[in-house]
Every structure is written in C-alpha cells, then in structure tokens.
Design a protein around this ligand. Structure first.
Ligand code: SME
Length: 159
C-alpha cells in the first residue's frame, strides 16, 4: 500500500482524478472492510481537492446514516427523499446542485456549504449509500466530477 498520496499535476481536475484513481485502487483494492475503504476514499478526495466536506452516508434501517467523512461535523440521519442525499437515493442518480440554497429541501449541515454533488452506490445491484461532496463555492461540480466520482464509487466493492 502506498504511504503517501502523490499528486503531481494540479492543473485541472480531470488530471487529478486520473492520477488518484490508480492510487485508490491500490489503497482499497485488497481491503474488504467497507468502513476502512470509505474512510480512505474520503481522505484521498479531501487531500486531492480540498473539498469543504466529503463523506459517505450508508443505508441502515431505512435511513441514510453518517459514515466515514472528512470535514466539519454533519447531520447523522437523512430520510428517503429528503435533502440532496435522500433525493439521490430516491431517484437512483447522481445529483449536482450548483446552489444549495435553491434546492428545495436541502439539508444544511453547514451554512458554508454552497454547492454539492451526491453519487449513489450499489453492491450487487442493491443500494448501499451515497458519496456526498460539498463545496464552499457555488457551482463547483460538473459532469467531470460526476464521471470520476462514479468511477470511484465503483471501486468500493471491486475486490
Ligand atoms: N446537504 C446534504 C446533507 C448532508 S451534508 O451536506 C454533509 C443534503 O441535503 O442531503
């Protein structure tokens, strides 16, 4: 396992994603513990991009419950269809929010969070949880983030 994350090219975010994905594969590819892997994915994304908040919510007893994350404290439980996370769970799709203050029902864990992307992920076709990334700037996320964050979510159970 690599001891340090190596990011040589910070020129554009696509190159950063391309550089961290192989490192994530070697970091989590031989580890079967879900929490350990989600913790390291959160740490890698936080270090690589400096996101305001990055972490996971996991389906437990019909609610999304806070899992491994990096950033300020966050709300612990989210119901089906509620907030951006609950909407991504309900719709089974990645949701990008350019301005969280314009998203009906957005759950504000921090007033400093201004834009957000939420990616649902699955194991053997069953919904497991979501990856949630928040930015303290508006419109931080686009189709590039969606593409690579979805690829990263597909690594979670790729052992
Ligand atoms: N804003 C999210 C809640 C989770 S926090 O951003 C960490 C939502 O609306 O679902």
């Amino acid at each position: 396992m690599a001891e340090n994350l190596v990011i040589t090219d910070k020129g554009d975010k696509e190159s950063v994603y391309k550089e961290i994905i192989p490192q994530l594969k070697s970091l989590i590819g031989h580890e079967h513990d879900l929490i350990a892997n989600l913790a390291n994915i959160s740490a890698v994304l936080k270090e690589a991009f400096g996101f305001f908040w990055v972490g996971f919510y996991l389906l437990k007893d019909d609610q999304l419950v806070l899992g491994p994350f990096q950033g300020p404290i966050a709300c612990t439980r989210i119901n089906f269809g509620k907030g951006v996370c609950g909407a991504a769970w309900e719709q089974h799709q990645t949701i990008i929010v350019d301005d969280v203050n314009k998203f009906p029902g957005h759950i504000a864990c921090s007033s400093l969070s201004l834009s957000e992307i939420v990616v649902p992920f699955y194991f053997e076709g069953k919904f497991v949880g979501v990856l949630d990334v928040d930015s303290d700037k508006t419109a931080s996320f686009d189709e590039i983030d969606s593409k690579y964050l979805n690829q990263i979510c597909q690594l979670i159970f790729d052992f």
